[in-house]
Ligand binder design. Structure first.
Ligand code: NDP
Ligand code: MG
Length: 391
């Protein structure tokens, strides 16, 4: 029995993970789950999946959940430390890191430091603290398996799951594919008027609101570029972003003998989730089998940095290194939140990020305190700029 801690159980990845786990009750035991404030959904999860521990980061939500589950054999905890504790719990073998945003960093890092098998969906943690994170993986012997569909695809196309020394293993290039989101062909002169509803309506994937907006600005692909650099130990110059509107190929690895390996499948996160949960075995995921005849066409085009300036900003951030990606990520989180709340225009998102990148000094990325300080500085600057915009 693999004992699982599921961080972010009420989210999109969380729900897909629960679906896969429920298909294999003989293999997995749900030790702990977490959410922030979605009490009703958490209550449903507790009733259906019977975890031993449920954490609500928000204390008021935890109190409401505890009331609703009074007398049942599920321990309710609350607060940020509780997230760290369940991630590092000696009872737990595998941690699914599916909290959205920078708040996922501390519990995910705790799981790594405790030497767990870590299924990494939360890309923001690696973007913020890549060096620190990968050093912790090396030192603790944790096993890191990527859940992001592109990185999972790349992992599947590498020789025997090796993620280091790829040059020596003949890897010449990685193609990170992305659909281009809902605005790949949208007239540029109408970008200003894009609404949150339009931005979160992704053509191929159903995801949480933040990553859906990131997909629309293509910052998602930018964050994934940074994520790939850390996961596979490659410089950004060896990773190319390629638009592939059907989202059937999830990324490709080119070798120096001319071979290109790709992983294909219907766009459903249960595939990478099942791959990582079962690894190295293959387990059933519930995903509809791919029918190549129905798909019929696979198209590719170059990514346009003029249409999607976030691609250029993310590439510049990882090329500079240090805390620059943490600054980019923090600025993006605040800008996306403001866009979702109707406070800024879609086109203001990259402008606010660029403003932060130009005005906040970056530092070496090997200290958690420095990363968190620069993250805070970026958040404060973007909040101030938005307040000025609205004044
Ligand atoms: P959702 O917004 O659907 O879910 C986010 C989860 O995180 C929820 O369980 C939420 O709880 C929890 N959460 C949010 N804020 C906090 C907080 N302050 N403290 C504790 N928990 C919190 O996100 P997704 O599932 O879409 O994405 C999760 C992560 O996976 C992201 O980092 C994303 O980039 C990555 N990812 C997602 C993919 C997808 O297909 N969805 C694909 C690839 C990567 P609550 O419900 O209570 O708010
Ligand atoms: Mg992805």
């Amino acid at each position: 029995m693999q004992k699982i801690c599921l961080l972010g159980a009420t989210g999109s990845i969380g729900q897909s993970t629960l679906d896969v786990l429920a298909r294999h009750p003989e293999r997995f035991l749900l030790q702990a789950v977490s959410a922030n404030h979605s009490v009703d959904r958490m209550l449903e999860i507790c009733r259906k999946h019977r975890p031993r521990i449920a954490v609500m980061a928000d204390s008021e939500a935890a109190a409401r959940l505890a009331d609703a589950l009074a007398g049942e054999d599920i321990e309710i905890r609350s607060g940020e430390q509780a997230l760290v504790d369940i991630a590092a719990d000696p009872e737990v073998d595998t941690v699914m890191a599916a909290i959205v945003g920078a708040v996922g960093l501390m519990p995910t890092l705790a799981a790594v430091r405790a030497g767990k098998r870590v299924l990494l969906a939360n890309k923001e943690a690696l973007v913020m603290a890549g060096q620190l994170f990968m050093n912790a993986v090396r030192d603790s012997g944790a096993e890191l398996l990527p859940i992001d569909s592109e990185h999972n695809a790349i992992f599947q196309c590498l020789p025997n799951g090796q993620t280091r020394g790829l040059k020596q293993r003949g890897v010449s290039r990685i193609w990170l594919t992305g659909s281009g989101g809902p605005f790949r062909e949208w007239p540029l002169n109408r970008f200003d008027a894009i609404t949150p509803e339009q931005a979160i309506a992704h053509p191929n994937w159903s995801m949480g609101p933040k990553i859906s907006v990131d997909s629309a600005t293509m910052m998602n692909k930018g964050l994934e570029l940074i994520e790939a650099c850390w996961l596979f130990g490659l410089p950004e110059s060896e990773i190319e972003i390629l638009l592939h509107p059907q989202s059937i190929i999830h990324s490709m690895v080119a070798y120096n003998d001319g071979s290109v390996l790709a992983q294909l499948g219907n766009p459903d996160m249960r595939t990478p989730i099942a791959h990582a949960l079962g690894y190295p075995d293959r387990i059933e995921s519930g995903v509809e089998p791919l029918d190549p005849v129905t798909v019929s066409q696979l198209n590719f085009e170059a990514a346009d940095e003029n249409r999607f300036p976030c691609l250029r900003l993310a590439r510049a951030a990882i090329a500079e290194g240090g805390t620059r990606p943490a600054i980019l990520n923090a600025a993006n989180e605040i800008a996306v939140d403001a866009f979702l709340n109707g406070r800024i225009a879609f086109t203001r998102i990259p402008q606010l990020i660029e403003d932060c990148m130009q005005h906040i000094e970056s530092h070496p990325g090997d200290s958690l305190e420095q990363i968190l300080a620069d993250d805070r500085a970026a958040r404060e600057r973007v909040r101030r700029r938005i307040a000025e915009d609205l004044a």
